[in-house]
Design a protein around this ligand. Structure first.
Ligand SMILES: Cc1cc2nc3c(=O)[nH]c(=O)nc-3n(C[C@H](O)[C@H](O)[C@H](O)COP(=O)(O)OP(=O)(O)OC[C@H]3O[C@@H](n4cnc5c(N)ncnc54)[C@H](O)[C@@H]3O)c2cc1C
Length: 410
């Protein structure tokens, strides 16, 4: 960071007020008591029958989404006119902190509807689209997936080649998407297709909403290295999408896509989750140190303390970003700094836990001797994805160098 930005950052840190208002404390308390009253009895305890298979997890998440909605805890940042609560980014952050501290069920896998589709439709959708889709996103009736990436288009999304051709009142789609998380369980999909192959690559794209039960859609699961198949390949063969499901104008879909991506790369971070992971790692190290003098080595303490410090640094950066967002209303490119930092920090954390566990790190949830029901092995493998989804670390570093540091493009 340049001297000027550093000085500005220090001034900002000095100006930051960390005290909480009575309203903020009341907000936290109302959420805490709602979670106490509504989490399933015994949730998170060893004897609670946690949903295991992907299908069970989806069914559970739908029910839980309904409960959150009925309790007024859905669509926190959405406008009231669309069923949301219009909470500020700070209240949103407090929600994440309390929700994670209570160990409430992760809804990360179902974030596409509320986090991406809702805000995109609120900004660009027709009245019919808002009426038809928004409430069902909030109340968990309809789960969405994101059909953006293709075998030849990931970071460079605008090079996608799935074709869409207008035929009467329908858009007819042919092509393939890949890495489509939980497409098998989704009711609807946001899809980007190329409608004008003669135009420059960012032009000639169209953004559409597809019912996943439409004839011509074939879904093939892809098993990840965790052993779970959340990913899918999705094939489209003469899939007919009614024109009213097109968002924005034909051939102008890139503008809509940018809105969706800005929400994906916005300020949400899993720092509250990492905070609870480090607590779990410290508890594991304490238990293991009783049996293994090697783990009483001060270097183990130092490694864990270093991670704890880095999580606090992440928290301060998130707070700074949220306070800037409250002032400007626009998520800035600084979000890329946070994305690189948390995703690589998560990988460092899982690496330390894996080294602490020694040979036991190889055991998965099915092995009776696995520590903490094998969750660390899953978390280690899953953490490898963090530097890829929502923009890879290399792409984020390009954004930081060009848009935050003002360096020239090579
Ligand atoms: C857990 C997970 C869930 C996902 N879910 C979905 C989903 O639901 N829907 C969906 O559409 N997609 C999804 N994706 C796909 C994701 O968006 C892509 O993986 C991502 O955009 C990267 O694209 P790619 O895999 O094609 O890699 P590529 O873009 O081919 O990149 C390959 C390598 O080249 C590097 N690279 C690429 N361009 C540059 C550049 N300009 N400068 C420097 N380095 C560069 C990348 O950083 C990377 O290391 C998911 C991915 C993961 C890991």
């Amino acid at each position: 960071m340049s001297g000027g930005s550093l000085a500005a950052g220090q001034a900002e840190a000095r100006a930051m007020d960390f005290s909480t208002t009575p309203e903020e404390r009341a907000f936290r308390e109302s959420l805490r008591s709602w979670l106490r009253d509504n989490l399933p009895l015994g949730w998170g305890t060893p004897r609670f029958p946690m949903p295991q298979e992907a299908g069970e997890k989806v069914a559970f998440a739908r029910q839980w989404a309904k409960k959150l909605h009925a309790g007024g805890w859905a669509g926190l940042g959405w406008p009231r006119a669309h069923g949301g609560r219009e909470l500020s980014p700070l209240e949103h952050l407090m929600f994440q902190e309390e929700y994670t501290a209570a160990g409430a069920p992760s809804m990360m896998d179902f974030g596409v509807g509320p986090a991406l589709v809702g805000p995109t439709l609120i900004a660009h959708g027709t009245d019919w689209q808002k009426e038809r889709f928004l409430e069902k996103i909030l109340n968990g009736d309809e789960v969405w997936c994101q059909g953006f990436s293709e075998p030849g288009a990931g970071s460079d999304l605008a090079s996608l080649s799935t074709r869409g051709e207008l035929d009467g009142d329908d858009l007819v789609v042919n092509g393939q998407k890949v890495w489509t998380s939980y497409a098998r369980y989704a009711d609807w999909c946001i899809l980007i297709v190329r409608t004008d192959p003669t135009a420059p690559k960012h032009k000639g794209l169209t953004f559409a909403l597809v019912d996943m039960k439409t004839p011509g859609i074939t879904i093939r699961p892809l098993v990840e290295m965790t052993g779970v198949a959340w990913f899918n390949e999705v094939f489209f063969e003469n899939v007919r999408i009614p024109r009213r499901n097109i968002v924005g104008e034909i051939d102008r879909g890139w503008d809509i896509t940018i809105t969706t991506l800005s929400h994906e790369r916005g300020t949400a971070t899993p720092y509250a989750r990492l905070r609870s992971e480090i607590d779990g790692a410290v508890a594991l190290a304490r238990r293991l140190a009783d049996d293994s003098p090697r783990l009483a080595d001060p270097r183990v303490r130092q490694a864990l303390a270093q991670l704890r410090i880095e999580i606090d640094i992440l928290k301060l950066n998130v707070y700074r970003n949220v306070s800037r967002l409250m002032r400007t209303g626009i998520p800035g490119p600084e979000g890329s700094m946070i994305k690189v930092y948390w995703s690589e920090l998560e990988q460092r954390l899982m690496q330390v836990v894996s080294e602490l566990s020694g040979a036991y790190a190889l055991l998965d949830e099915h092995a009776p001797q696995a520590f903490d029901d094998g969750r660390w092995q899953y978390a280690y493998l899953w953490s490898r994805a963090a530097t890829i989804y929502a923009g890879t670390s290399e792409v984020q570093r390009n954004i930081i160098s060009q848009r935050v540091l003002g360096l020239p493009r090579s």
